[in-house]
Design a protein around this ligand. Structure first.
Ligand code: R5P
Length: 286
């Protein structure tokens, strides 16, 4: 088996290659003067089982992902598993207004063309899996995040909205603590409102766990509310840390620690999803 790590996922690909005990393909990527993307494999993958790791975000990386799939197929790989640690466009999973694209479905329709399997990580909604005609699975980082949070001695894991309750539950099981959720209403891209939490968090160490931190508005609102409710320590943890608009620094001003995984590689990526991806690949090949 050979791992091909796209530009968005170098660290994660290296970690995955170590986990799987297999090689990482040499890869050249660059831009032509007109801005178009160029990719070239420096590895013979003919007849090999290949695992490609690359985010479908941002737009440039989506193009690189399509080109890498094509290069691997053209080179005669026997089987291709496309691992997409961060599946962008997932939040546009329906037509919210007439005339809009269902972006998550459109991206799926193109990604399945040149692959045998797809593995996603904490995809925003699992209904996206149904839009792939090839085998598509979702793995979760919540066990790894929960194990990390256990070391902080956290008392309760909180989802910032009802939709994330299963993720919070999975993290809480790994952290060996309680879980609950806040009721969030999104006002606009930057503003959310939350009803007061029913659980009493006075004197407790709480962890807010979400799939994505984007502008940070959700976690900021939740963290302030939990502090006001008497929480002594507030941790924020997510799978996908986009941290737009300096939100990592802003959140660090309110939270005791902000933790993300390496699906998006950045300053807060202290938890790796490589073990979960490796497990999913091994389960399939047995
Ligand atoms: C929304 O449903 C997601 O689970 C996240 O809560 C959301 O994407 C976070 O966005 P932001 O950081 O901009 O509040």
């Amino acid at each position: 088996m050979i791992i091909v790590g796209g530009s968005s996922s170098r660290r994660l690909s290296e970690a995955l290659a170590r986990q799987m005990g297999c090689g990482l393909a040499g890869l050249e990527t660059k831009k032509f003067p007109d801005g178009e993307t160029y990719v070239r494999l420096h590895q013979d993958v003919k007849g090999e089982d290949v695992v490609l790791v690359q985010n479908a975000y941002p737009d440039d990386r989506v193009i690189e992902l399509f080109l890498l799939q094509d290069a691997i197929e053209e080179a005669g790989a026997r089987h291709l598993v496309t691992v997409i640690p961060y599946y962008g466009y997932a939040r546009q999973d329906k037509m919210f207004n007439p005339g809009e694209a269902v972006s998550a479905r459109a991206i799926a329709g193109h990604l399945e063309l040149d692959t045998d399997e797809i593995i996603l990580v904490d995809v925003h909604t699992e209904k996206i899996l149904d839009w792939f005609d090839v085998d598509a699975r979702n793995v979760t980082a919540m066990h790894e995040l929960g194990a990390y949070l256990k070391n902080t001695g956290v008392d309760i894991v909180i989802s910032p909205d009802k939709g994330g309750i299963e993720r919070a539950k999975a993290a809480a099981i790994a952290a060996d603590c309680d879980f609950d959720y806040l009721e969030k209403t999104r006002i606009d891209s930057h503003t959310v409102e939350m009803k007061p939490l029913k659980s009493d968090v006075r004197g407790q160490k709480v962890a807010i766990v979400d799939d994505i931190i984007s502008t940070g508005g959700t976690i900021m609102t939740a963290a302030k509310q939990l502090r006001a409710g008497g929480a002594t320590r507030v941790y924020a943890a997510c799978t996908h840390g986009l941290f737009l608009q300096e939100s990592l620094n802003k959140l660090r001003g309110v939270c005791d620690e902000v933790v993300a995984t390496d699906t998006l590689e950045g300053a807060a990526s202290v938890v790796s999803v490589a073990p979960e991806i490796a497990k999913a690949i091994r389960e399939r090949s047995q």
